[in-house]
Design a protein around this ligand. Structure first.
Ligand code: NAD
Ligand code: WQD
Length: 342
């Protein structure tokens, strides 16, 4: 069986995907420029899993580097996770985001063209749906991204559809992630934001650890049961399993097939429920304060996860309790993330 080319493999989701693949004995070829990650993450994955991981420090916009890697390695498929992901930053620097995310993907595809790799799994996002007309969101819901980052994801999905239409040797799965949280149950790898966290769970963890004074809950006057926003939090290990299921689904897919699949649990959880669960399962306080709504926040967003079950035989298994417990284990064992000595 050929190796899996994993772009962005040193990142939060990539490291967990590689831990699962390598845990099953699959060889991974990781390509990352470490713009938002550290080689230490890959070293830790290696310590967890017996499968081999080849690591290349390279930018996906470097065609010559990608060609050299593909010529050397025997890859059968690609999981493309490399990208910039901060929604606010994408509004500030749309050209930078387009160049890294869209042109980067086009460059990767150009390099793959000269190789035998024709199976492609892409990290898309539920952010492509924008403000939902109704929930749960299934994959046929209208797409109306609200940021350059979301537009990048949709544009890349379009590029991949065009690719498979022009050359049916390709088989593609776009995975639209909802809200990945949590960490590997060992506490060895996890999410390590380089700056002040934008996302809820890392902020909760850093507040519990005392690195931040208190969590601001953005809005308590939404039309939900407790007034706080509702999201579909999914354990990163379930998400990683979803990538293995996607690779399997590509094996039995028809040539030229392009599938778009939500990766979510199908269950909505409020900000308050998540924070209270975190306190309960970890026996630790998370000081919080209610503050204004965050501009652009959608009140309620969760997946219809039916297609993932039907087409890939995959469903999320882990609970909100698991997500909170595993996120805290990672945080408490690595208070400074990968900068902490292991
Ligand atoms: P991350 O920033 O931890 O990982 C992305 C990785 O890609 C990093 O290691 C980074 O160094 C690398 N990278 C970025 N640009 C690169 C380039 N030009 N060349 C080579 N490497 C590059 O982010 P993550 O949370 O692990 O997200 C992985 C993917 O999933 C991204 O594409 C992201 O948009 C998507 N996604 C993430 C979420 C989420 O909430 N975390 C939700 C939906 C989709
Ligand atoms: C979740 C809830 C906040 C922080 C974003 C991106 C999306 C996707 C995932 C990549 C919201 C509330 C948060 C805090 C809070 N990424 N919150 N205090 O907004 O669903 O999605 O990340 O594709 O594109 O937009 O996730 O974790 O930022 O917020 O009250 O300090 O937590 O208002 O209701 P979101 P999030």
């Amino acid at each position: 069986m050929g190796s899996v080319l994993v772009t962005g493999g040193a990142g939060y989701i990539g490291s967990h995907v590689m831990a699962v693949l390598a845990g099953q004995g699959r060889r991974c070829v990781c390509v990352d420029n470490f713009s938002n990650s550290s080689p230490e993450a890959v070293a830790r994955v290696r310590s967890l899993a017996p499968g081999a991981i080849a690591l290349y420090e390279a930018d996906i916009r470097d065609l010559a580097a990608l060609r050299a890697i593909l010529a050397k390695e025997d890859c059968a498929s690609v999981i493309h996770m490399a990208g910039l992901k901060a929604v606010g930053e994408s509004v500030e620097f749309p050209e930078r985001y387009h160049d890294n995310n869209v042109r980067g993907t086009q460059c990767l595809l150009e390099a793959l063209h000269d190789s035998s790799v024709r199976r492609f799994v892409f990290s898309s996002s539920a952010t492509v749906y924008g403000i939902p007309e109704r929930v749960p969101l299934d994959e046929t819901a209208p797409t109306r991204p609200q940021s350059p980052y979301g537009e990048n994801k949709l544009e890349i999905e379009g590029v991949l559809a065009g690719l498979a239409a022009g050359d049916p040797a390709w088989r593609v799965i776009n995975l639209r992630y909802f809200n990945p949280v949590g960490a590997h149950p060992s506490g060895t790898i996890g999410e390590d934001p380089s700056d002040i966290p934008n996302n809820l769970m890392p902020f909760v963890c850093q507040t519990a650890a005392g690195r931040r004074e208190r969590l601001a809950i953005f809005g308590a006057d939404y039309p939900t049961a407790d007034g706080t926003c509702i999201r579909d939090y999914i354990h990163v290990m379930d998400l990683a399993d979803g990538h293995v299921a996607a690779l399997r689904a590509l094996d039995s897919a028809a040539d030229g097939e392009v599938m778009t699949v939500n990766l979510g649990t199908g269950r909505g959880v409020s900000v308050l429920e998540l924070v209270n669960t975190f306190e309960r399962v970890n026996g630790i306080r998370v000081p919080r304060v209610y503050s204004d709504r965050r501009p652009g926040d959608v009140p309620v967003c969760y997946a219809d996860a039916t297609r993932a079950r039907r087409t890939m035989g995959w469903s999320a298994r882990r609970t909100i309790e698991d997500m909170c417990r595993d996120a805290w284990r990672w945080q408490s064992r690595n208070p400074e993330g990968y900068a902490t000595a292991s």
